[in-house]
Design a protein around this ligand. Sequence first.
Ligand code: SAH
Length: 345
Amino acid sequence: MQDDKKIDILSMTYDELSSALVEMGEKSFRTKQIFKWLHGRNAVSFSQMSDISADLRNRLDERFYIQDLKIVRKLSSKKDDTIKYLFELRDGEHIETVSMVYHHGNSICVSTQVGCKMGCTFCASTIAGYRRDLTVSEIVGQIYAAERESGRHADSIVLMGIGEPMDNFDNVVSFLKVLSDERGRGQSLRHVSVSTCGIVPRIRELADMKLGITLSVSLHSAVDTRRSEIMPVNRRYDIHELIKACRDYTDKTGRRISFEYAVIRGVNDSDDDAKALHSLLSGMICHINLIPVNPIKERTYRSDRSGVNVFAKKLSDMGLNVTVRRTLGADIDAACGQLRRKYEI
Ligand code: SAH
C-alpha cells in the first residue's frame, strides 16, 4: 500500500487502535504492546517492536504509518538551553515547537494549527492567516520528535505554539486523552497547559470535561474596547462574558486560571490598565503572568524589562497574584510564529 493511503496510527486513541486490530483478526491484548511502543517509547517504526512477531509487524507496516515529523531547521539558544524546531509536515506545511529547560524540569511548547484565524495584532502566527488544523499525531509527534532529537524528556507541555487550541477542539481533546492514557505515556495533565485567546463556549465545554489541565487565558487588556482593538476575538466574546466563563471554570474544576498578559508600552501598561485588571480579577482565584511583548517585524509594539517590572509592582501592590515570565530563547526568535514566517518568506 502506498504510504499516503495508510492509516495514521499515532492519531488513534487506545480504543480506536483496539478496534482496528480486532478488524485485522488480531487479539485485542496486542493493543497494549503497540500503544506502549508508540506513546511510551516514542517508536518511529514497527521494526522496533521487538515483542511482536515479524509477521504482525509486517502487516502493521502495510496498513499503518507512524507519524515522524521531519526537522527542517533547529535553532539552539546560546544564552540558555532552549531549542526551537521547525518541522515540515507531510503536505509541505511548517510548524514550530520549542523545547525549554527550567529549574523544575523540561517543558515543550507545541503548535495546534498551521497559522491562526484569531488575528491578535501582536502575534506573528496570525499574519499570514490560517491554513489548517493539526491532526492528533502532528501535535503529539512534535513532543516525541523533539524528545528523540534532544534526548530531553518533557515533564510539562504547553499548548502555546502556533494556533488557537480551542479552534481545533476535537483534535486537542483527543490529543490530551492519548497523551495521558496510562497504557501509553501516562502524561499527568496537571502538567499540561492549554492556552486560549478566549473562545467562551469551548472554555465552558472544557470545564465540563474536568480533564485536570491548567487553563491559560490570554487577556492582554482588562479594558473591553482596548482588548477588542488588539484581540478581535473580544468582539465576539467580550471581557465580561470571558471572565464569567473563567469563574465558572474554576468553580467547576477547582483549578485556578492563569492569565497571560503581554505588556506593550503605551498600549496596556498605564495606571488605568492596572486598575481595570484589579477590578476585573479581584476576588478570583487566579494568577497573572506578565510577558514583555516580543517585538515582531510586522508591528511597532515594544516592551522593556523595567516597564514590565513597574507594572508588575503596581498589580502586586493592589493585592493581585502576579509573576513576570522569564524570557527564554530570546536570541532564537522563540516567540510563536516567528520562525515559520521567516522560513516561508
Ligand atoms: N492561541 C492561543 C495560544 C497561542 S499563543 C492563545 O492565544 O492563548 C501563546 C501566548 O503567546 C498567548 O498568550 C499569546 O497571546 C502570546 N503572544 C503571541 N504573540 C506574542 C508576542 N509578540 N509577544 C508576547 N506574547 C505573545
